[in-house]
Ligand binder design. Structure first.
Ligand code: 5GP
Length: 220
């Protein structure tokens, strides 16, 4: 097995539970993974610590970091900047860790261009209604931000075909086990039995989700 770790991109609709999954993945399999901490210009949510959830920076600082070429990729998402600092990613892969980038779709596509061997995973809730309930239930975003995030989810649903695998987050335990298996198997080249999880095998599910999100983003 190649000693260098895999670069793994995890994207998913806002409210799909990526944060919870990443926490569980690190708790259960932390020895194999390094979770990249992004920089962002958005405000911290209650409980989010600087340097743990994100590096919270001003717009000016973020723009300085762009100018100094400190990001592997960065993107704008619902009025804020988000970016992946370069140094950590390279270092951790060289140490043999699979490096996880929990990033949105524009960033994911930039990573795929720069690192064709990266694995792209897309996490979704089982249906759009669940997504809406999780977003609203979190109680951390104002209604207009929730609406903007659902509308962005509809836009992002158009790009899922660029990802390798779809992970439906029904229960956290099952989804974490699947994530870990998919990444391990990609690293060892033993991917045949994971075909049913490939995005290309789940087009019907994705189309249904897209239709549901479309009605949500129209406020229906
Ligand atoms: P949130 O505000 O909910 O923490 O994140 C909003 C979106 O930004 C999520 O889809 C998250 O995956 C994405 N994101 C977080 N960090 C980065 C990053 O470094 N680069 C990019 N492109 N997206 C990011």
């Amino acid at each position: 097995m190649d000693n260098k770790g895999k670069l793994v991109v995890i994207s998913g609709f806002s409210g799909a539970g990526k944060g919870t999954l990443m926490k569980a993945l690190m708790e259960q399999h932390g020895q194999d993974y390094a979770l990249s901490v992004s920089a962002t210009t958005r405000d911290p949510r209650p409980g989010e610590q600087n340097g743990v959830s994100y590096f919270f920076v001003t717009k000016e600082k973020f723009e300085e970091m762009i100018a100094a070429d400190e990001f592997v990729e960065y993107a704008r998402y619902v009025n804020n900047y988000y970016g992946t600092p370069k140094a950590y990613v390279e270092d951790q892969m060289n140490l043999g860790k699979n490096v996880i980038l929990e990033i949105e779709m524009q960033g994911a596509l930039k990573i795929k261009e720069k690192f064709p061997d990266a694995i792209l995973l897309f996490v979704t809730a089982p249906d759009a209604n669940t997504l809406h309930m999780r977003l609203a239930g979190r109680g951390t975003e104002a209604p207009d931000v929730i609406a903007a995030r659902l509308s962005r989810a509809y836009e992002e649903s158009e790009g899922i075909e660029n990802y390798d695998y779809l992970v439906v987050n029904d229960t956290v335990d099952k989804a974490v086990t699947l994530l870990d298996e998919l990444i391990r198997d990609e690293r060892s080249g033993n991917t045949e039995h994971n075909r049913s999880h490939r995005v290309s095998a789940n087009i019907e599910f994705i189309n249904k989700m897209r239709e549901e999100l479309k009605s949500f983003s129209k406020g229906e």
